[in-house]
Design a protein around this ligand. Sequence first.
Ligand SMILES: Cc1cc2nc3c(=O)[nH]c(=O)nc-3n(C[C@H](O)[C@H](O)[C@H](O)COP(=O)(O)OP(=O)(O)OC[C@H]3O[C@@H](n4cnc5c(N)ncnc54)[C@H](O)[C@@H]3O)c2cc1C
Length: 423
Amino acid sequence: MYDTEFLVVGAGVTGLAFADHIASNDYLICEAANKIGGYCKTIQRDGFTWDYSGHFFHFKHAAIEKDLVSRMGGQKVYKVKKNSKIYWNGGWIDFPFQKNIHQLPKDDFVDCIHGLFFRQKKTPENFQEMLYSKFGKGISERFLIPYNQKLYATDLRNLDMNAMGRFFPHADMEQIVNNFKYSDNGSYNDYFTYPSGGAIQYVNALATGVAHERILLNERVISVDLKNHIALTNRREIRYESLISSAPLPALLGCCKVETNSSLYSWNKVLVFNIGFDSKGPTDIHWIYFPQEEISFYRVGFYDNILAENRMSLYVEIGMNHNSSLGEGDVEKIRDRVIGDLRKVGLVVNHKVLSWHYTVMDPAYVHITERSITEVSRVKEILSNHGVHSIGRYGGWTYCSIEDNIVEAQALAETFNAVDRIY
Ligand SMILES: Cc1cc2nc3c(=O)[nH]c(=O)nc-3n(C[C@H](O)[C@H](O)[C@H](O)COP(=O)(O)OP(=O)(O)OC[C@H]3O[C@@H](n4cnc5c(N)ncnc54)[C@H](O)[C@@H]3O)c2cc1C
């Protein structure tokens, strides 16, 4: 049997950030996949650079960014001022919708401003009610509800009013009206960075601080004996002092045989197509949102406009309910529909597809409700009383960014480092 002080489950950003930051050398990382990176992997195919859906970096902590870039061997990192649009009536308006209703045709604009002014200001009990009470009927029903329903693939009345936390672009009446004259579409992700080699370069930078022989690839943790601190993988038993897991929380609870109310966990999947074309499409735009029900995707992003390339290279995102599955031939059918829809919205004209790839991110966006938040903190406490720490976007069953994952993993490592310093 192997023995280790820290057993880390998952070699995504979270697991690697923990291993990179922990002072002790006595750790092992079990990674079920055959590569490191988790959702931050990059695919190089036929001259195109793609992620598992575009993964862009919005650093709030300059020290973290500086440290990672210093470990990237001089690789070019693009710093980009975001330009995002919403597809509307055959054209585009600026994002966010609620601040740019003056760019809509007159009838739509009048409906939106009327709804905003006369909205029912009651205390919202769910995400949909929050949209109606903050933005009124016109804005909610034209964009906020249909777009978010496509993204989350669920009835928005099932989501907590704060389901998107700081990622939701709030705007009050004053900001909306002011934006008619003095455009300010600033948001949390105004600028972002992206390495020329794709998102995996940030992961590789983290991995420079991790002993490679301590990363066990193709090694899935199957069950955990909480009492005796022994994890069983598909290859061996590992005794640990502390276990740090970035696996999705419901799966970890199953491994640890901790009882939970499984009906409180719900999420969507995102089917992502990366598609490379022979010639350029629109320039300057980084991504476009599609609220229209008849269009299969909710968002399309342009790697080529970030990496300054001369052939259109897209990621296309489609929200799916977590209970739905893809049967034989479905992927090709959906891909053909996607290309047709790209043609319909004017992004594909005479372009020829040169290469493509798809992946399903499951889970992608977890559905946050007050009851799920309470249950998550209850079960995390039970786990931590047994030396098991469930962290990361899916370990914490939350909505957060890569940088948040790094900050959380480093903070946890610090608590262990501090104890080591005391003794
Ligand atoms: C569509 C989409 C777009 C996104 N875009 C951005 C973006 O632009 N910018 C941004 O900051 N964030 C973005 N994110 C969020 C970002 O992907 C996550 O915050 C981050 O990748 C989470 O890293 P993690 O290490 O916590 O989890 P993961 O990346 O999920 O890594 C967990 C790892 O654990 C492994 N694992 C799971 N179970 C086991 C087991 N039992 N045994 C061993 N190994 C196991 C998995 O194989 C995986 O490698 C996006 C997310 C989605 C869904």
